[in-house]
Design a binder for this molecule. Sequence first.
Ligand code: AQP
Length: 341
Amino acid sequence: MSQTLAADDPAAPGTRERVFSGIQPSGASHLGNYLGAQANYVALQDRYDAIYAIVDLHALTTVHDGETLRRLSHEMVLDLLAVGLDPQRCSLIRQSDVPEHAELAWIFNTCVPVAWAERNPTYKEARDEGKENSVGLLDYPVLQAADIVLYKASRVPVGKDQAAHLEFSREVVRAFNRRYAPVFPEPQPVYTEAPVVLGIDGVRKMSKSAGNTIPIFAEPDEIRRLVMSMVTDPLRIKRTDPGRPEVCNVCQLHRFFGADYLQIQDGERTARTGCVETKQLLAERIIEFFRPMRERRAELAADGAVVEETLAAGADAVRPIVDATMAEVRDAVGIGPRRVA
Ligand code: AQP
């Protein structure tokens, strides 16, 4: 599978730009997470100074049981190691191990007009559905901005669903820099070739909270069951009806699991093949693609220490970066003891 990398991708160690991205431990990693973001996390770790975070403070907006959140955070570290993150080549951190994420978010809160925060699409959606929302849900794009620029990251590998949030992060940075001093760079997204991956319902974004995911580390039979339940072209009723691969989520996903996807799509378009066989093939290809990662994950899970050791090393590695940024920020805004110049 190929990724779209930034054209001016610097390679020389020592002159590397920094990338940062966060993933919520709000459930099991799914195809959308992998195709939209995790594949690029792995691809970028050799070319950039890469920091990836399990953003457990964000997950507090949706996961409301302490034991569950701890377990999900642990599982997400295993997922990221299994897909190919190497703690020797990147820093893997737990957001709550670095309290400055929350401190910087608070400082940004004082720079962000309420009207900007109220544009947050996730908040608006939940409000329009009549859900009771926390201030945290309204405010989480501000925390997201703080997550990124605490490390002065200039590149952010994220799925295309995050485009608006990245634009918001840039606005936050501009607001801070304008008010105080030009402390932060404006972060830019780095996308893979994948579009926003749709869920098995074929309508909504594949999302842990929507319950429409294909978890990449699910057991093979579970992956088969989920793929077979995917909604395809709703106008293809009979086996002999021609299909429309451009609206069929199964056909679209084939793009990422084999070079012959155009042939597969042609088979659907001409009704040479049926949806059932196209789904069966996709399920087997997904299972095969993730098999080595699943095996690696099982090995890692058997090692009782690897997760906490990885996170402790990550927290140590980022500490000097965090201290340097926050010293500049505290100086600029006028909090904490004055530093001797
Ligand atoms: N469907 C998707 N298509 C492409 N990229 C996606 N990402 C998530 N879903 C898709 C990307 O995965 C990274 C980590 O996402 P996250 O878990 O931190 O937050 P999210 O986008 O909110 O993911 P979910 O599954 O939808 O979580 P819940 O339901 O808990 O909110 C991000 O880079 C994201 O772009």
